[in-house]
Ligand binder design. Structure first.
Ligand SMILES: [Zn+2]
Length: 80
């Protein structure tokens, strides 16, 4: 018998009792489906900003880099 767990965010997890969960049973909500794409976009943005800082205005790009790195760090934070 298959059970369904509905998370508050909108993700759902289908599972069978006694079987290990894996990603195939997960249906992601829009936010969590987009999260890996947003993380990749931020990493690309960080590279672009680093290149731009060398050529343009290091002070102006520093604020943008700080927020980008903060978002990347939050997304990559290990859950224990
Ligand atoms: Zn979700």
């Amino acid at each position: 018998m298959t059970y369904q767990l509905n998370l508050l965010c909108g993700c759902t997890i289908d599972y069978e009792r006694g079987r290990m969960l894996d990603a195939s049973g997960v249906t992601f909500c829009p936010l969590h489906a987009a999260a890996p794409l947003m993380l990749e976009a931020l990493k690309n943005e960080a590279i672009g900003l680093a290149n731009m800082a060398a050529m343009v205005d290091p002070v102006e790009t520093e604020d943008r880099m700080t927020s980008v790195y903060a978002a990347i760090a939050a997304a990559e934070k290990k859950v224990e």
